[in-house]
Design a protein around this ligand. Structure first.
Ligand SMILES: Nc1ncnc2c1ncn2[C@@H]1O[C@H](COP(=O)(O)OP(=O)(O)OP(=O)(O)O)[C@@H](O)[C@H]1O
Length: 347
């Protein structure tokens, strides 16, 4: 178990981690999510005693890292996969680690087998691909058979097969009762891997909850509707009290209504539907909604030549209520709504 209380780290005036409280429990994969620069790596370094906290503290199995008798046997970590001497073979790299931690030589062969590197074990690691480097880093983390494992962005740059392998490995290790703490900003991957989440933004913990609850609390399901009479339909559904958003110029997103209600309402008014499908919210959507204000670095919006200022949401919904003035209305939109004058119908 990893337990942080009031954990705080400053780099000069920069507060990288700000009074963070969280607990990472065994038997499940806990995802550590946050935008770039949110403080994920710093937190992981603090857990491993590679950096010192200015305030608060963090323990692994009730002890500070430096108090652990055989650290590699209690907590394994993959922080920087390429932190290996390039001239050294995978086998020798792991053997050095094993010797310095009193771990028997046979465990080196075991972990090389576990990560699938037996065949290249005697080759210099400088020739390793990114995926092989990740596997070697993971072999090092597993060497002491620790109950706590931490992975910082483990799937970065991996091919689909490598991603699947790491995903299944983390799940298997959690099922064995280990504590698995994994940082990532790949939402789709985390949605498939993590049972639980700790979300950080600008150094502060924004959420600590199950993945399912996090999505339910921060994003809403909706129904996607396509119709050749989109404008009329949007106005009609909106008059029924449902929130309607324009998605591109082809379809509507309707919130708060079931598919049957929308279908029946359209039929009652003789409007044709070409699609009516429920859409479940994604972890990405929930994450963007929660962390939009906590994003420190935004890319410029293609085409407008400006960056998004810190604090602005990076991805506002495509259109809420009426289409913005000046935007092109969908085919069939009533003319009053085309220039946004009657757009209030949709809000
Ligand atoms: N050694 C350092 N000296 C100065 N500032 C630092 C140092 N390490 C981190 N920071 C700053 O602290 C903040 C948190 O950085 P950190 O690397 O922990 O974020 P992160 O969530 O891991 O980001 P990313 O996802 O981009 O790796 C950032 O603003 C970063 O610039």
């Amino acid at each position: 178990m990893i337990h942080a209380r009031g954990l705080t780290k400053h780099y000069g005036p920069k507060v990288a981690v700000d009074h963070a409280d969280f607990t990472v429990r065994p038997g499940r994969v806990t995802g550590f999510l946050g935008p770039n620069g949110a403080g994920k790596s710093t937190t992981m370094r603090l857990i491993l005693g590679l950096d010192h906290a200015n305030e608060g503290d963090v323990t692994v199995n009730g002890k500070h890292y430096r108090q652990l008798g055989a650290p590699l046997c209690e907590v394994g970590a993959l922080l920087e996969a390429k932190a290996v001497h390039g001239g050294r073979s995978a086998y020798n790299h792991l053997l050095c680690l094993a010797k310095s931690n009193g771990i028997p030589r046979r465990r080196v062969d075991e972990v090389l087998g576990l990560v699938g590197l037996e065949k290249v074990a005697k080759k210099p690691s400088r020739g390793f691909s990114l995926g092989m480097g990740q596997r070697l880093g993971i072999a090092g983390a597993l060497l002491g058979d620790p109950g706590v494992l931490m992975f910082d962005e483990p799937v970065n740059g991996l091919d689909p097969e490598g991603i699947l392998w790491i995903r299944n490995l983390m799940k298997k290790l959690a099922a064995e009762g280990r504590t698995i703490f994994v940082s990532s900003h790949l939402m789709s991957e985390m949605a498939l891997t993590a049972d639980h989440l700790v979300v950080i933004g600008r150094g502060r913990i924004l959420a600590e909850t199950s993945t399912r609850e996090f999505i339910a609390a921060n994003a809403t399901s909706h129904v996607k509707v396509r119709s050749p009479q989109l404008g009329e339909l949007g106005s009609l559904l909106s008059r029924h009290g449902w929130r309607v958003e324009l998605e591109g110029d082809q379809s509507l997103r309707v919130f708060g209504a079931r598919t049957a209600e929308i279908g029946d309402t359209a039929a009652d008014h003789g409007l044709r539907l070409h699609e009516l499908s429920p859409v479940q919210p994604s972890l990405e959507e929930a994450f963007m909604r929660l962390t939009g204000d906590a994003v420190e670095y935004h890319a410029g919006i293609p085409g407008n030549g400006t960056g998004t200022a810190a604090g602005e949401r990076p991805e506002a919904p495509a259109a809420v209520g009426p289409p913005p003035p000046g935007s092109r209305p969908p085919e069939g939109m009533p003319s009053e709504s085309r220039d946004g004058q009657r757009g209030g119908d949709w809000s």
